[in-house]
Design a protein around this ligand. Structure first.
Ligand code: NAX
Length: 327
């Protein structure tokens, strides 16, 4: 067994938290030889429920669970953490405008960014799941001036996995037969799931499906999948979101397979003419804990228009939260 690492999870008593913590503790995220100490953050009223979750975690007697810290104090939650999964967020209430939502989440992710800045490991890997995930990640990053901006990422892996599942079903393949799936942009309905570079058993995905299915079926199904789950289940995606968060962190820690890539929401460096700084979904390869944007992909006019539309939304969101950035 390796020395334990510290993993913070916020919103730990919520429904994604309940699907996530047991898998992290079981070694699904960092491997069966990597013990973890969980740092669980909740708001004060949820601490009794969180205690119940801690009791259950202990009752699993996981070989890879080396300790649990449960707290409502940011400074305790992020002390020396190597990984942070920021799940807890303010949901959109009735009549709430996007501006109010961004503002309410700013009040959560600004202080969390500052606490990570002050207490976390210097190469902490931060994944924001709580929506609006990309812009929440930006707010946290902009309140953590002493950390590398690249420490902050947002989750588009659920969209990536949904796209794999749709394409696998359409082509009669398994998701593991598909390589080079890409989600560009925002984790919102403007995201662009791009099949132009994907392969199924080595064949170009676009040669196996027609443009009408791609445009009228595949893209909207992936974009609207979250709403479809809420309609069917009466609650938002939880187990699949938790699974995607595990995938995102495992890829970041352990790397991408040769000949494949993953989609991650990361700070734009201007690649593919996306505004620098916004947290944008890109295809990335990962090696030794560092992600690199896949370069040189041919972008046709269809893709360009969709990549620009989701970038525009992210620039607008950024303009709405700039006053929340640390000076
Ligand atoms: P729940 O409402 O079940 O749980 C959220 C938990 O966060 C609650 O226990 C709440 O007490 C806690 N919380 C709220 N403010 C907090 C704070 N300041 N510090 C610590 N904890 C806090 O929501 P759940 O279904 O678990 O979803 C969590 C977030 O994930 C939501 O914002 C949701 O929109 C987002 N999602 C993101 C997805 C993605 O792909 N990026 C997909 C799934 C999900 O919709």
């Amino acid at each position: 067994m390796k020395a334990p690492v510290r993993v913070a999870v916020t919103g730990a008593a919520g429904q994604i938290g309940y699907a996530l913590l047991f898998r992290i503790a079981a070694g699904d995220m960092l491997g069966p030889d990597q013990p973890v100490i969980l740092h669980l953050l909740e708001i004060t009223p949820a601490l009794p429920a969180l205690q119940g979750v801690v009791m259950e975690l202990n009752d699993c007697a996981f070989p890879t669970l080396a300790g649990v810290v449960a707290t409502d104090d940011l400074n305790v939650a992020f002390k020396d953490v190597d990984y942070a999964l920021l799940v807890g967020a303010r949901p959109r209430g009735p009549g709430m405008e996007r501006k109010d939502l961004l503002e309410a989440n700013g009040a959560i992710f600004g202080p969390q960014g500052k606490a990570l800045n002050d207490h976390a490991s210097r190469d902490v890997k931060v994944l924001v799941v709580g929506n609006p995930a990309n812009t929440n990640a930006l707010i946290a990053q902009q309140n953590a001036p002493d950390l590398d901006p690249g420490c902050f990422t947002a989750m588009v892996r659920l969209d990536h996995n949904r796209a794999l599942s749709q394409l696998a079903e359409k082509t009669g393949a398994h998701t593991t037969d598909i390589k080079k799936m890409t989600i560009w942009g925002n984790h919102s309905s403007t995201q662009y799931p791009d099949l132009h570079h994907a392969t199924v058993n080595g064949k170009a995905a676009m040669s196996l499906v027609d443009q009408t299915w791609y445009e009228a079926d595949f893209i909207p199904t992936v974009q609207q999948r979250g709403a479809a789950i809420i309609k069917a289940r009466g609650a938002s995606s939880a187990a699949s979101a938790a699974s995607a968060a595990i995938d995102h962190m495992r890829t970041w820690a352990q790397g991408t397979a040769e000949g494949d890539w993953a989609s991650m929401g990361i700070p734009s460096d201007g690649s593919y003419d996306i505004a620098p700084g916004v947290i944008y979904g890109y295809p990335v390869t990962v090696k030794d804990g560092k992600y690199t944007i896949v370069q040189g992909l041919a972008i046709n006019a269809f893709s360009r228009a969709r990549m620009d539309a989701t970038e525009k939304e992210l620039r607008e969101e950024r303009a709405g939260v700039e006053h929340l950035f640390a000076k």
